[in-house]
Design a protein around this ligand. Structure first.
Ligand code: AMP
Ligand code: ZN
Length: 471
């Protein structure tokens, strides 16, 4: 079955057919973090979902090129740079490094490219230059350069492709924002922001004077630089649909770099928000947890990832600590079942259980229906438990289940992070030791610990669970 999902551009569920279907390649861009502070788990809901999409595509045989930008220049960052007297790079480096640590703790695969806006100023200036040449941008009396929606539309550009906009409310000549008073129309947006005293040392030279790039142009410049003027998939949280993504389309198609009748992006995929107490989790509301807040409470990245992957991406989802506790219990059941299967398989090998794999892939192919995917997995867990109790689990059957699980887990990305680089048989011994401990069979638990030691691994019992370390 083909992968299908909801394309915000067509407002319908569509089959995924990449721009170069024969090459089985897919270009994927996701708007990355603004590194002014630690990211919260709401932000990570979007990044974990993007990681799932990438892994699904790879599972289906696509060679994915995944790009995620780092927004390292914007108002809040400039304000913090002024307050802390650090340089821009010194200030953002700390949060960028923290972001990637958290990203890894949640089992996300590192994108192939992670360009920083400040490393792409020349590309941004060149794109603004093209828009100026084509008469779609103008320099206003405040020295800033704006994108003209009127001129874009006059040349056939379609503004409002992602969202039906009320242009009556955006009549030219109105003024809204005090720091953008010079633009000709309310809906016009800044491509280049002229330097003001509050920017301190944060500015770059440009043909239009010193200043810094607007946020939207960064993503157009970086995505087209690394994926070409037309690419397959663009992702982000639903709050980015307007104006950020709408403006990205206008700038990128306005520059006219695409081949005739080719769009800037074929599929737009937006994730719904993570809520806390019924409201969007956000820094400004103060209702947020960072990944490190939750790790400090003893939860693991794997448990957070699991929880974020239990809800359908188009549904808002309320985060609670009880929910995270529930994620721990569910993963515990799954791990216990895997431990039993490893014991039952006793070294046997078999091709993957096709029925389980088929149910799992059919669910994800259907607009990333994770609920149906988890339904199939936990049904399988229940069956395994029944067979284990009745003693009816054959080694080949256990091995087939484990082989299917290996594939499933490569898509869900729920491998214990601590297990990276540890041989699977040793992991199996660790799981058996955990099962024995839970069953208070300390003799067996100690024997398994000694066996691991003879293989060169020692067990470290941490608040986050048992881990293996090289002896
Ligand atoms: P930012 O660092 O604010 O630029 O946001 C990074 C990403 O997180 C963007 O794709 C946002 O749409 C997304 N995001 C922000 N808040 C939430 C939330 N509460 N739930 C899901 N995604 C979010
Ligand atoms: Zn963006």
């Amino acid at each position: 079955m083909a992968l299908r999902f909801f394309n915000t551009l067509s407002r319908s569920v569509q089959d995924f057919v990449p721009l170069q279907p024969d090459a089985k390649r897919a270009g994927l861009y996701c708007c990355g973090p603004t590194v002014h502070d630690f990211a919260h788990i709401g932000n990570f809901r979007t990044f974990v979902f993007t990681d799932l999409v990438r892994r699904c595509l790879e599972f289906k045989g696509y060679a994915v090129r995944h790009v995620m930008n780092i927004t390292d220049v914007e108002d809040k960052i400039i304000q913090r740079v002024a307050e802390t007297k650090a340089s821009l790079r010194e200030y953002t480096a700390k949060y960028e490094a923290a972001f990637f640590e958290d990203f890894q703790a949640l089992g996300c695969l590192r994108p192939h490219e992670t360009p920083r806006a400040t490393d792409c100023i020349a590309d941004i200036i060149s794109l603004i230059g093209k828009l100026m040449e084509r008469g779609m941008a103008y320099r206003a009396t405040d020295g800033s350069v704006y994108f003209s929606i009127e001129k874009y539309q006059a040349r056939g550009g379609r503004y409002g492709q992602l969202l039906k906009l009320n242009f009556e409310e955006m009549r030219p000549g109105q003024r809204v924002s005090s720091d953008e008073y010079a633009k000709e129309a309310v809906a016009d947006f800044a491509l280049w922001k002229a330097r003001v005293p509050a920017d301190g040392p944060v500015f770059w030279p440009s043909p239009w004077g010193e200043g810094r790039p607007g946020w939207h142009i960064e993503c157009s410049a970086m995505s087209m630089k690394l994926l070409g003027p037309s690419f397959d998939l663009h992702m982000g949280g639903e709050d980015l649909i307007f104006p950020h993504h709408e403006d990205e389309i206008a700038q990128s198609e306005g520059a006219g770099l695409q081949a005739p009748r080719q769009p800037f992006v074929k599929y737009w995929l937006h994730g719904a928000h993570l809520l806390a107490e019924g409201k969007k989790m956000s820094k400004s509301l103060g209702n947020y947890f960072t990944v490190r807040d939750l790790l400090a409470k003893g939860f693991t990245g794997r448990e957070i990832r699991y929880l974020l992957l239990t809800a359908h991406y188009r549904e808002t989802f309320n985060f609670t600590l009880e929910g995270l506790q529930g994620a721990r219990t569910a993963l515990g059941r799954l791990d216990e079942c895997l431990g039993k299967l490893r014991e039952a398989a006793a070294g046997a090998t078999a091709p993957p259980d096709e029925s389980l794999l088929q149910q799992f892939t059919a669910a994800l192919d259907d607009d990333f229906n994770v609920s149906a995917a988890w339904g199939a997995i936990f049904e399988w867990v229940r069956n395994n438990n029944r067979l284990a109790v009745s003693g009816g689990m054959r080694p080949e059957q256990a091995a087939a289940g484990l082989a299917a699980w290996q594939k499933i887990v490569s898509v869900l990305g729920l491998v214990p992070i601590e297990s990276a680089g540890i041989p699977p048989p040793c992991l199996a011994l660790l799981e058996q030791r955990e099962t024995a401990r839970k069953a208070k069979d300390f003799k067996r638990a100690d024997a398994l610990r000694d066996q691991l030691k003879s293989e060169g691994w020692i067990i470290e019992d941490t608040p986050k669970g048992a881990r293996l370390k090289r002896f």
